[in-house]
Design a protein around this ligand. Sequence first.
Ligand code: CP
Length: 313
Amino acid sequence: MLVRHFLTLRDFSPEELDRIVSRGAELKRLQAHGHTCMPLRGKTLAMIFGLSSTRTRVAFEVGMHQLGGHAINLGPQDSQIGRGEPIEDTARVLSEMVDAVMIRTLRHDDVTAFARASTVPVINGMTARFHPCQLLADIQTYAEVRGRTIEGRTVAFVGDGYNMCNSYINAARQFRFRLKIATPETHRPEEELLAATDTADLVESPRAAVEDADLVVTDVWSSMGHDEEAQDRRNAFDGYQVTPALLDFAGKDAIFMHCLPAHRGEEVSDDLFEDPRSVVYTEAGNRLHSQKALLEFLLGEPSAGGASPTADA
Ligand code: CP
């Protein structure tokens, strides 16, 4: 049987992604009403973290627990990967023991190499190129907060053209919205991603990006792997801070998202976090529900009507 991996949003069809996002919202409602839903009883997720994490780790670990399964964490010192065991051998060994693997590491090529050797689903928990799990939560959050899907809406990405920006370019194509991107010339997203879609465009300034936008998004100027460049980056991104005043140029129902952790006072002003247009904590919480929907999609099937056979509604 063909094994499905989730390394970028383009690994799934738009219909599959819509289904996962809707299911995430449904799982959130079920959880809020105290209904257990355990289609992954007896299943194990291995989580390989080569980099730090709060949201991704907690969401996958709690998510597996709530779905009836189990997650094990393999940090940099917990496996033989740190001592040089080849990625492909690790993939083949873990495939013998667990039902899925999540990996966070800077080198996207390592995740694709792992997936090629794996006979169980592999999930990208963030690389230097893409952060697809975050996008599932963001799209779910937009629909939850605004009561309509993001299809046909306008999204502004302001800041570093790095993994979040790349994933927003893929999301614009897969979830059918228009994306306007404002980055300094020196920190543009991947050209080939932009060339492959007519739904995302570079614009000349943060103001041009946010004008009439329904959603405004940013990310830190110095992501993991860029710590040494922090001061140079602060200079390069001068003028790219997202503030309540910048958001005033957006559409009247615009909301603000940030994948977190944030560097308040750099890419986002402190006061925007407390602004009613900011939905960053709902967004963070939806990492749990959207990742549960992703796990269920890859590892187990909900019954007709959406609820799991084990839901004790
Ligand atoms: N947004 C995000 O991926 O958060 P963590 O780095 O805490 O997992």
